[in-house]
Design a protein. Structure first.
Length: 54
């Protein structure tokens, strides 16, 4: 099952994006997320989002 979350990237609250996670996460959990090309970022879960919103 896919889970959709809005993440804050690199601790910058002005930059948020939605990512898919194979695991269920909670608010304020930290994960490594794919950002650009071969680059990754540290993401903090802000909130879960629905599949329709994603």
């Amino acid at each position: 099952m896919k889970h959709y979350y809005r993440f804050i990237l690199n601790y910058d609250e002005d930059e948020t994006r939605i990512f898919i996670s194979p695991k269920e996460l909670k608010k304020d959990d930290v994960a490594v997320v794919h950002s650009y090309g071969k680059q990754f970022a540290i993401g903090t879960v802000l909130e879960p989002v629905s599949e329709l919103e994603a």
